[in-house]
Design a protein around this ligand. Structure first.
Ligand SMILES: Cc1cc2nc3c(=O)[nH]c(=O)nc-3n(C[C@H](O)[C@H](O)[C@H](O)COP(=O)(O)OP(=O)(O)OC[C@H]3O[C@@H](n4cnc5c(N)ncnc54)[C@H](O)[C@@H]3O)c2cc1C
Length: 386
C-alpha cells in the first residue's frame, strides 16, 4: 500500500495550481454574477491538454489515468474555481472511446483532444423519467440512413458550449421489451447541423451551469453516429458511471479543502469577545470534523481510482467515494458559512457561491439517495427500492 502521490502526479497538481492562479476568486465571482461561461479558463486548460487527460496518446490525448484526471479536477475546485464547467469534456468521450468503432474514434477523438470539437453535453435526464433512466421516452426512429429524434430532455448542461452531444434515446418502445434495460441507444448528435430542429431553452438555476431544457423536433442523426450496438445504450452509459463518480468525488474533495482552509484562516483571524472565534469549540470542532471526513473520503477516492486504473471492479469504492466526498464537502461548506457569520452571505467572500456549487454534487450527476441504494442493494444485498 502506497499512500504517496508519484512525482508526476505531484507535478500535475502543481501545474494546475499555476494555471488556476491566473483565474482568481474575482474571475469566478464575475462569471457567476453574469451567468457567463468561463471561456478563457476552459480554453487555457484545453490549450495545455489537461482536458484530454483521458484520451489515449494514439488519438492525440495525454493518456493519463483516472487518478491523474481526478487530481486535475480536484485542484480546480480547491483553487476556488468550478470544474463542472468543463469536466464533461474530459469524460463524456469515454463512451465513444469504449464503445465507438475505429472510424468514429479516429474521426472525433483527435479533435476532441485539441478542443477543436467540444463534446461536453450529455443528454440523459428527462422530465417524465427522472432517476429511472430506463423509462426515458425521447425516441430515435431509423429512417433510411438516419435516425429521427423526437422528445424532450431536462437539465442538460453546456449544450450551447458544445459542438457534439452524447444522447441516450429510445430505439425500442418500453412495452415491447422483455429486458427493460435494453431498447435505449447512444448517439453522437451534431448540434450545429441541427439548429432549428433542436430547441435549447436555458434554465435559470441556483448555480451557473448553462443547463437547458431540450426539445427535439425531428433532429437528424446519421446511422454512422450510433455508438456501439442499437439497444445497448443503457449498458454503455452505466460503464461510464464509475469514472464519473470518482471524478465528482475529487471535485468535492477540492471544494471541501477550499472551505476548510478558508474557515480555519478566518476562525484564527476574526476576534469577537476579545479572542479569535476559532478558539471556541463551537467554531473549531465543526471545521476539524469536516476536515477529518474530507481526508477519509480522499482515501476512498484514491482506492477507487487506483482500482479503476488497474481495470479492477470498483463500483462499490466509486460510489462510496462519491457519497463520502460530496457529504464531507457539504459539511465543510456549512462549517465555513457558520464561521463567517453574516460575511458568509456576502458575494465578495465567495463562500455563498461555492456553497451553492458544492451542494449540487450531492444531487447531480447522481443523487446520493441512489448512491446509497447502490450500496444497500449491490454491496449489502438488501431488497431493491425500484
Ligand atoms: C445543475 C444541474 C445540471 C445537470 N446536468 C445534467 C446533464 O448535463 N445531463 C443530464 O442528463 N442530467 C443532468 N442533470 C440532471 C441530474 O442528473 C438529475 O437532476 C438527477 O439525476 C436527479 O434526477 P431528477 O432531478 O429527475 O430527480 P428525481 O428522479 O425526480 O428524484 C427526486 C428525489 O427523489 C429521490 N429518489 C428517487 N427514487 C428514489 C429511490 N428509489 N430511493 C430513494 N430516493 C429516490 C432522488 O434521489 C431525488 O433526491 C443536471 C441537474 C442539475 C440540477
Amino acid at each position: 500500500m502506497d499512500f504517496n502521490l508519484t512525482m508526476e502526479q505531484q507535478q500535475i497538481r502543481a501545474e494546475i495550481k499555476k494555471v488556476c492562479q491566473e483565474f482568481p476568486d474575482a474571475y469566478w465571482r464575475k462569471i457567476d454574477s453574469e451567468k457567463a461561461y468561463p471561456d478563457a479558463f476552459v480554453k487555457k486548460l484545453g490549450d495545455f491538454g489537461w482536458l484530454a487527460a483521458l484520451i489515449p496518446e494514439e488519438f492525440g490525448g495525454t493518456g493519463l489515468g483516472i487518478t491523474e484526471a481526478s487530481i486535475i479536477l480536484e485542484e480546480i475546485n480547491h483553487s476556488g474555481g468550478v470544474a463542472t464547467a468543463c469536466h464533461a469534456q474530459m469524460y463524456t468521450m469515454g463512451t465513444l472511446l469504449r464503445h465507438g468503432n475505429e472510424e468514429q474514434k479516429k474521426r472525433y477523438l483527435p479533435k476532441i483532444a485539441t478542443g477543436e470539437l467540444r463534446l461536453q453535453a450529455f443528454g440523459v435526464t428527462e422530465p417524465n423519467a427522472g432517476s429511472e433512466t430506463t423509462r426515458l421516452q425521447t425516441s430515435a426512429v431509423k429512417k433510411g440512413d438516419r435516425y429521427l429524434i423526437n422528445g424532450e430532455k431536462i437539465f442538460i448542461s453546456r449544450v450551447l458550449q458544445s459542438d457534439l452531444m452524447l444522447l441516450l434515446a429510445r430505439t425500442t418502445p418500453y412495452d415491447e421489451l422483455k429486458d427493460k434495460t435494453r431498447g435505449l441507444s447512444v448517439f453522437l448528435v451534431d448540434l450545429k447541423a441541427n439548429q432549428g430542429k433542436l430547441d435549447v431553452k436555458p434554465l435559470d438555476l441556483m448555480i451557473n451551469h448553462h443547463t437547458n431544457a431540450l426539445f427535439f423536433d425531428n433532429v437528424e442523426v446519421p446511422v454512422e453516429n450510433l455508438i456501439g450496438e442499437e439497444g445497448m445504450g443503457f449498458r454503455y452509459i452505466i460503464d461510464g458511471w464509475n469514472a464519473e463518480r470518482i471524478l465528482v468525488a475529487a471535485e468535492a474533495i477540492g471544494d471541501g479543502r477550499w472551505f476548510v482552509e478558508r474557515a480555519a484562516k478566518y476562525a484564527s483571524e476574526r476576534n469577537v469577545f476579545g479572542k479569535p472565534i476559532g478558539s471556541n469549540q463551537g467554531i473549531q470542532f465543526p471545521i476539524a470534523k469536516a476536515y477529518a471526513n474530507i481526508e477519509a473520503a480522499d482515501l476512498v477516492r484514491y482506492q477507487a481510482a487506483t482500482k479503476f486504473d488497474a481495470k479492477e471492479k470498483c463500483g462499490a469504492e466509486a460510489n462510496l467515494a462519491k457519497y463520502l466526498a460530496s457529504e464531507a464537502a457539504w459539511e465543510a461548506a456549512n462549517a465555513c458559512l457558520t464561521t463567517h457569520g453574516g460575511y458568509g452571505f456576502a458575494t465578495e467572500y465567495d463562500i455563498e457561491r461555492k456553497f451553492r456549487e458544492t451542494r449540487l454534487l450531492t444531487i447531480a450527476p447522481v443523487s446520493n439517495n441512489l448512491v446509497l441504494a447502490y450500496l444497500g442493494q449491490h454491496v449489502l444485498g438488501m431488497p431493491k427500492s425500484y
